[in-house]
Design a protein around this ligand. Sequence first.
Ligand code: FAD
Length: 637
Amino acid sequence: MTLNSRIPSGPIEKAWEKSKFDFKLVNPANKRKYSVLVVGTGLAGASCAATLGELGYNVKAFCFQDSPRRAHSIAAQGGINAAKNYRNDGDSVYRLFYDTLKGGDFRAREHNVHRLAEVSVNIIDQCVAQGVPFAREYGGTLANRSFGGAQVSRTFYARGQTGQQLLIGAYQALERMVAAGQVKMYSRSEMVELIVVNGRARGIVTRDLITGKLETHMADVVVLATGGYGNVFYLSTNAKGSNVTASWRAHKRGALFGNPCFTQIHPTCIPVSGEYQSKLTLMSESLRNDGRIWVPKSQGDKRNPAEIPETERDYYLERMYPSFGNLSPRDIASRAAKRVCAEGRGVGETALGVYLDFRDAIQRLGEQTIAERYGNLFEIYERITGENPYKVPMRIYPAVHYTMGGLWVDYHLMSTIPGLFVLGEANFSDHGANRLGASALMQGLADGYFIAPYTITNYLGETKLEKVGDDSPEAKAALADAESFTKRLLNTKGKKTVTQLHRELGKVMWEYCGMARNAKGLQGAITKIQGLREEFWQNVNVPGSGSDLNQQLENAGRVADFIELGELMCRDALMREESCGGHFREEHQTEDGEAKRDDEKFSFVAAWEYKGANGTPELHKEPLNFEYVKPAQRSYK
Ligand SMILES: Cc1cc2nc3c(=O)[nH]c(=O)nc-3n(C[C@H](O)[C@H](O)[C@H](O)COP(=O)(O)OP(=O)(O)OC[C@H]3O[C@@H](n4cnc5c(N)ncnc54)[C@H](O)[C@@H]3O)c2cc1C
């Protein structure tokens, strides 16, 4: 298979404009003859479904929650980037492009990233027009704050609830189209199979999560905007329901999976507190604007933080990375936290924690200002830990947060299955080996509002699609596969719960494919996960039936997919004999412990092809060419 990324020719700053002009159009009267299925109605999916509806296509949209309002996007706290340069502090489209490529450790495609930076400015206008209540300065202009990996302030925010406010905007746009009859919304519906006819994506099979009924939906285009797969680690900051099922089932039908091992570990999360915990909580990166990160200088110092004098504190990020300090990118800040804890200087009961301290900011700005900026985050922290962060420093530690990997897509956001488009966190594009803070919301909305509507129209304009009904052999086969998968889960009747098996997978992933990886560990992890897969199918216990609401059954299907994905992630991490971004191979580090890339051998996107349950996945490589930004060793010193 040859990967064609369909990067347009000509100067990068004109590439998207030129593409839009070159794209085929579909005239308004013909648009209503086409149908599109949008799976996922978080920020990427809701914005796409609403926009396609506005354009006049017939859209069906699906989500597994009871409302699009509950998509994981609602959890996004800190903000959304855009190169508006409202602060007049030196920002530009080119700088956002540069920061994103560098932040991703030069493992992303230049043209996609440039386009993202270009359309970032439109997103803010669109959302303001929808009434998203972004924070404003006293004079009424939109406010900005800083996020990691950038020396300019380009992050727009709505207190610590930016995702929620953006989602309300996208949801309103979606509901407008639902009311207009352009979008039909299917909530509590989970996509369980992709239907591919004559090599093109032409439909999906869904399971109604209330009645258990399996249904086929046919269309001209299928869009997946189904979010990230961080829950493969069991403990993560993702919503508990976030999963890989839609992407994984599409992968098994022929969509290649890009850079599966590129996972983001976020430095500022509330530390794990016990074995039976099922979820981790993020403390937004925005807190690093004013909070200072430190540990005691001496090992095993168990004193109350207030008793540790200034001279005995190590503000290690400020010391190690003076230019970016507490706003060093996430991968770098996470590894630094791991290192100081490994030196025996971690804080809290488990000693796997560092302080995030607002004492100086409160002295400088007053408690009132800090409360205005971060009040709800402080409240979340206090409710979970019982400690008041206005009085004592927060304790934080890195946790799994975001997945840069995902289904491989070309410049048009189309996967290797024609007619299957993948948006938002579900695709692999744009963030390389490490995503900068506040860039996921930007990417999801760029994909949904401003990119996919053009590229999908182009696909429909240039493709002759025959009529395919749900009585086609492919549709029937996919439905039968979905039926037998559910039966198999229910009939195994083993002894272990789905959660037990998931937790075991998570431990292996965190230990061997987490913040640091090495060849021996990864080889062992692959064997362990293969064993776990076997055990799953012999020993899983899924109570209840398939004909009504059964969350154990839903979860079982998702965990079965996570186990297979986990193996692929370890294979990918083992193959990539270099360190880049969030992928840190212990064998490949500089003398001072920084990631050491190998551009000669590994400047490519790894795109994996599924080769059957017992086959070995095949690696395809998309070479990355850097014409505009020359890869250099990333330095934030
Ligand atoms: C705690 C937290 C805070 C964050 N804060 C920020 C931030 O401040 N700034 C930023 O840029 N990024 C942030 N991120 C990242 C960002 O929130 C996500 O990357 C982004 O919201 C993903 O949006 P999405 O539309 O791609 O997917 P999601 O919002 O995850 O939506 C997925 C959708 O797919 C549906 N779905 C999934 N599988 C199926 C299926 N099989 N069948 C049917 N439907 C399905 C779901 O129902 C849902 O509607 C944060 C992430 C976390 C975890």
